[in-house]
Design a protein around this ligand. Structure first.
Ligand code: PLP
Length: 384
């Protein structure tokens, strides 16, 4: 079952009703978990239900999440993976040896690190560029004719905002594809395909699931018949990077409250950004919702309903001051990741000291708690 004409519905409706999915066997309003790994054929040796044969390629719970995510993204199709990095790898594995790729600099460090190693092994020319500078991105496309370009907006942890439409035009004009990691924005704030991306990627571990209890990744495409999408599908089916039924079921359950959570996380993050911006112990706040942020105007055009849960700020006094504040926080958990209902804080310089992250930078993933409580906690940690 699915909703009639989902394109006419708002994300809150699609998500809350799980795209119209029900348990058709019992009439339950929650779709069931299907743990079977193999499926029966009839006397004529034809698969009996929906073409299901074997769960590496035919996974009912994975398909349910994919259906709802595609509706939320306005995508032709979507595919889920056992982690965000598995989704990143699935895209890059389609590249032939010797290709060129353009990757935004200073994005999620795990993505950069993996791509660098992969490109070296595959003899792929990797060009890293500050994609928030649309002119630099366009010049790099013209100079290197990449087969694909990879952007992340807002970027983690620098909160740079990239003009998806400008990047799509630039890479399409040299025959390449644009892939956008939209983990932080989620489809609630930005639908990357509508701005011209060919594929949108998510670490579904983050906001999509939202409860810090499922590791998953997703890709959503504008053209399900494209050579790249078909290659990714074949690779997933045959190489086996599939999401298990229990994780897929939990992810769909988490997604039912996605718009509500994103709305609350964004309004909380905005209030904290304004509070920190006026705080005497804080040097800089990186949050696209602040009018002084370099990407604010673009973010206002490209993001609808808020600016997301991720915000970074630099504490005066470098690493000792930042780590001192982190130690005093009572509500923010000292933990990596983002997009969950609970607020997290991370000193990225401790994790990735050689990437140019300011020593005093703290990254917050703002949850759905009371903004007043979160503000009080930051206040006592920073010293009012
Ligand atoms: N992309 C971004 C922006 C991320 O923040 C992360 C994880 O932190 C990933 C990709 C990788 O996702 P996963 O941890 O689910 O493999």
């Amino acid at each position: 079952m699915s909703l009639k004409n989902p394109a006419s519905l708002h994300p809150a409706t699609i998500a809350a009703q799980a795209g119209g999915l029900l348990d058709t066997g019992t009439g339950g309003v929650v779709p069931p978990i299907h743990p079977a790994t193999t499926f029966v054929r009839d006397e004529d040796y034809v698969p009996t239900v929906d073409g299901n044969v074997y769960s590496r390629s035919h996974a009912p719970n994975g398909r349910m999440v994919e259906q709802v995510l595609a509706q939320l993204e306005g995508a032709a199709a979507s595919m889920v993976f056992p982690s965000g990095m598995a989704a990143v790898a699935a895209v890059f594995r389609t590249l032939p040896a010797g290709a060129s790729v353009l990757v935004q600099s200073q994005i999620y460090w795990g993505t950069t690190a993996w791509i660098r190693t992969f490109c070296t092994r595959r003899d792929i020319t990797l060009v890293e560029v500050e994609a928030a500078d649309a002119a630099a991105f366009t010049a790099a496309c013209d100079a290197h004719t990449p087969a694909l370009a990879w952007i992340e907006t807002p970027s983690n942890p620098w909160l740079r905002i990239v003009d998806i439409a400008a990047c799509a035009d630039a890479v399409h004009s040299v025959g390449g594809k644009l892939i956008a990691d939209m983990t932080t924005a989620t489809p609630v704030l930005t639908r990357g395909l509508a701005f011209g991306a060919d594929i949108v990627m998510h670490s579904a571990t983050k906001g999509l699931n939202g409860h810090s209890d499922v590791l998953a990744g997703a890709l959503c495409c504008a053209d399900a018949g494209s050579e790249m999408w078909q290659a990714i599908r074949l690779d997933r089916d045959t190489a086996g990077a599939v999401l298990g039924p229990f994780e897929a079921w939990l992810l769909l359950r988490g997604m039912r409250t996605l718009p509500l959570r994103v709305e609350r996380m964004s309004s909380n993050a905005m209030r904290l950004a304004e509070y920190l911006n006026d705080h005497p112990a804080v040097e800089t706040v990186l949050y696209p919702g602040l009018p002084a942020h370099g990407g604010h105007d673009l973010a206002t055009r490209q993001m609808t309903g808020g600016f997301g849960p991720l915000l970074s700020f630099v504490v005066k006094g470098g690493a000792p001051a930042a780590l001192g504040a982190v130690a005093r926080l009572q509500l923010f958990h000292r933990a990596t990741s983002l997009g969950g209902v609970e607020s997290l804080v991370e000193h990225r310089h401790t994790i990735e000291p050689h990437t140019g992250i300011p020593e005093g930078l703290l990254r917050l993933s703002v949850g759905i708690e009371s903004a007043a409580d979160l503000m009080d906690d930051l206040g006592q940690a920073l010293g009012q």
